[in-house]
Design a protein. Structure first.
Ligand code: CP
Length: 322
């Protein structure tokens, strides 16, 4: 893609990684390269014919061991808009149910000459283990409570497009920090690009020593909201909790939910973000989710461009025509 090549040259940096596993592993320059590449791909989705030949001849596999709407669909659209061949494998309908191991499954996919594996798994580190065992590129689509790099990259792209910058912004992430891979990836990405991150949530949903990663922690939701440029709300991840860690959803909403009254105490131009899926009436009221400060659906739109960039960069230079 000419646009992407221009973006890479503008950054003066070539992508050298086989995989995209987390924002902890990326430098600020590599994050900026993904964002610049995504920016150059955004307009393809606005064309009447949303397709370019950048990944023609490449085969991409979605391998999801956990449910997904946004990530899975936008990776599929991203691959198709770059003209790659795209295959979806649902773990529950695969030979894993007959006792095959994940690594044997991956070796078989490698024998089928796939180029990129996109992996979501409930256990932290599974995409990393697979990446070490295969020559195919691996993109982490969410591993347990560890990282969700493309979500953080689309969050960064959304903030950059809305605010014109990331450096110096105050971003408050409110909710279930302990079980959130999005919070971890966002924290790495935002701090590397110079934002000030505040984490807020019930003490039972806040990991100990998270300040060591460069965040400020507060239990006071009013303090987290008042001078923030960006409010990022997270749902409570019941599926990752072994015991009830909040007394009730009603109490959680009263203490931490973003409703009309709390939004009025924020800056008038504050961005309201959420990675989805939203639990309306718990962490976010509909008045806020659907209101003028919300960029939640812009996040989803930007997810396609970011995933196009991720697929393009890990796939390496385009093949020479024979
Ligand atoms: N934000 C996100 O990862 O959404 P899905 O679980 O629907 O992919």
């Amino acid at each position: 893609m000419a646009e992407a090549a221009v973006a890479r040259e503008a950054q003066g940096l070539q992508w050298t990684k086989k995989d995209l596993l987390g924002l902890e592993d990326l430098s600020a320059e590599e994050i900026r390269l993904v964002l610049a590449t995504a920016e150059s791909f955004r307009e393809i989705s606005l064309r009447p014919i949303k397709k370019v030949p950048a990944l023609r001849g490449k085969t991409v596999v979605n391998l999801f061991f956990e449910p997904s709407t946004r990530t899975r669909t936008s990776f599929e659209l991203a691959a198709k808009r770059l003209s790659a061949d795209m295959i979806n494998i649902t773990a529950s309908a695969s030979s894993l149910t007959k006792g095959e191991t994940i690594l044997d499954m991956v070796r078989n996919l490698e024998a089928l000459k796939v180029d990129v594996l996109i992996i979501r798994h409930a256990a932290a580190g599974v995409p990393h283990t697979i990446a070490r065992q295969t020559n195919a590129s691996v993109i982490n689509a969410g591993d347990g409570a560890h990282e969700h790099p493309t979500q953080a990259l689309l969050d960064l792209l959304t903030i950059q497009r809305q605010k014109g910058r990331i450096e110096g912004l105050k971003v408050s992430i409110i909710g279930d920090i302990a079980h959130s891979r999005v919070a971890r990836s966002d924290l790495w990405g935002l701090t590397k690009l110079g934002a000030c991150v505040t984490l807020c949530g019930p003490p039972t949903l806040m990991p100990s020593h998270i300040e060591d990663l460069g965040a400020r922690v507060t239990w006071d939701v009013a303090e987290a909201i008042t001078d923030a440029d960006v409010l990022m709300l997270l749902r409570i991840q019941h599926e990752r909790q072994e015991a009830a860690l909040v007394p009730s959803l009603r109490e959680y909403r009263l203490r931490y939910g973003l409703d009309e009254a709390r939004l009025r105490s924020a800056k008038p131009d504050v961005l309201v973000m959420h990675p989805g899926p939203i639990n309306r009436g718990v962490e976010l009221d509909s008045y806020v989710a659907d209101g003028p400060n919300s960029v939640i659906l812009d996040q989803v739109t930007n997810g396609v461009a970011v995933r196009m960039a991720a697929l393009f960069l890990v796939s390496g230079p385009p093949k020479v025509e024979e």
